[in-house]
Design a protein around this ligand. Structure first.
Ligand SMILES: [Zn+2]
Ligand SMILES: [Zn+2]
Ligand SMILES: [Zn+2]
Ligand SMILES: [Zn+2]
Ligand SMILES: [Zn+2]
Ligand SMILES: [Zn+2]
Length: 417
């Protein structure tokens, strides 16, 4: 976790090279865009209801008990200068800004709201506490800020060393040689008992140090990535000229026998029975989870493989079970952070392309004199930077003072013209 919005207060006398500085800015922008999911932060999201996922902020100035959360736009417009905690994304949340949790504070963007959003869930993160250790992030007492991992069920964040019980051995986290995660989701030790049914699935559902996915075919992963799933149906060329798959199969991944758990040997592996979609008839597990005595495991955290959610059975009985346990969102592709970030990246790319287009358009629509004005401004800047670089010792880092000086000189130059 890092700051979504850069805090000026934290910027002490740091010195960085220009390239490092630009890289940092770019990285922060990307990270912010991934969290905000393409939300421009201009309108309160309350009207959109309980959104599948959005960036949420807790304001301890307005709701000191830490039991209210606001959307991005509200954090900027209604809580500027307040003590804000960035919570990253939360699922199924409706903006609380200005409702009964906020005392006298009112919402500048959308004042009329119900007094409470009953379906909102508030974990300790809203109070600025994380993990089993209940420490804040960033932790003022820690020498170094260590990254935390989010549980996909309770959405709390955990330090690696605080996963699992003290009595048990250290938890092994599946990462590659570079330390990049080989898992898609974590289910923390506190939530693992809710999900003990996952042990009924084949072991490919678990992330391991050896790279493998819950749905093994690599080709299929690539094919399933484009946003328009309808196009994907025609992807397997094996079906020859007929582009539509039979049996009303809506998604090619459903037709892949490899994705079907082989837990129950009696389960007929006839393709017609295997078709799941939203309402499959045949249960992949062949058991009624609600009526099954599930061994309550020694609550160990679970690390799930890439695309594990796609392997989950969506039959009526399993769906019932998920609903009772309050985890129906696991069947919703858009609930996963991976999907949220994928969509965010797509929106970001579109936005950047539009921006580029808009800049070109602007320049094209300008008159000749205006174009020259802008170009001469750009030339002034180039001159100023060039003269700065000429007098500058390349072995030394550029300080923010240097940059200020360049712009000061530029201002003077413009005034003289
Ligand atoms: Zn709002
Ligand atoms: Zn506030
Ligand atoms: Zn507001
Ligand atoms: Zn901790
Ligand atoms: Zn959890
Ligand atoms: Zn089922």
């Amino acid at each position: 976790m890092a700051d979504v919005f850069d805090d000026d207060e934290n910027e002490t006398e740091q010195t960085v090279s220009l390239n490092e500085y630009l890289e940092q800015v770019e990285h922060q922008e990307l990270e912010a865009d991934l969290v905000l999911g393409g939300d421009e932060g201009k309108e309160c999201t309350y009207a959109k209801g309980y959104m599948k996922r959005q960036a949420i902020f807790s304001c301890l100035t307005c709701a000191p008990d830490g039991n209210g959360g606001v959307c991005t736009a509200c954090s900027l417009s209604c809580h500027d200068g307040h003590e804000i905690i960035e919570l990253w994304t939360k699922r199924k949340f409706k903006c609380d800004c200005g409702n009964s949790k906020f005392g006298a504070g009112y919402c500048k963007l959308l004042p009329s709201k119900d007094s409470e959003n009953e379906e909102n869930a508030y974990n300790q993160n809203f109070k600025g506490k994380y993990c089993t250790c209940g420490r804040p992030y960033p932790d003022p007492d820690a020498e170094e800020q260590v990254e935390m991992i989010q549980c996909c069920i309770c959405e709390d964040w955990f330090h690696e060393e605080h996963l699992g019980h003290e009595s048990t051995n250290e938890v092994k986290i599946p990462v590659d040689e570079e330390g990049e995660p080989l898992y898609e989701d974590l289910i923390c030790h506190k939530c693992s008992s809710i999900c003990s049914f996952l042990h009924l699935y084949p072991p490919t559902i678990w992330a391991s140090d050896k790279e493998h996915a819950a749905t093994p075919s690599k080709e299929k992963d690539v094919a399933a990535t484009p946003s328009k799933e309808k196009d994907v149906v025609s992807a397997p060329s094996a079906s020859g000229s007929s582009s539509k798959l039979e049996d009303g199969t809506s998604d090619i991944r459903d037709a892949d026998p490899a994705a079907v758990p082989d837990v129950n040997a009696k389960s007929p592996h006839d393709d017609k029975d295997v078709v799941l979609g939203e309402k499959s008839v045949t249960c992949l597990l062949g058991v009624d989870l609600s009526a099954t005595e599930l061994a309550s495991e020694k609550s160990q955290p679970m690390f799930l493989a890439k695309n594990w959610r796609e392997a989950l059975c969506g039959c009526a009985k399993c769906s019932d079970f998920y609903a009772k346990k309050g985890i129906s969102y696991l069947l919703d592709k858009e609930d996963s952070i991976a999907e949220y970030e994928r969509m965010a990246k797509q929106k970001r790319d579109e936005k950047m392309q539009q921006q580029e287009g808009a800049e070109l358009n602007l320049l094209n629509n300008l008159g000749h004199v205006e174009k020259l004005e802008i170009l001469s401004g750009i030339n002034d800047m180039k001159d100023e930077i060039r003269s700065f670089l000429q007098n500058y010792d390349a072995s030394k880092p550029i300080t923010s003072n240097d940059i200020h000086q360049v712009f000061e000189n530029l201002k003077k130059r413009r005034r003289m013209d």
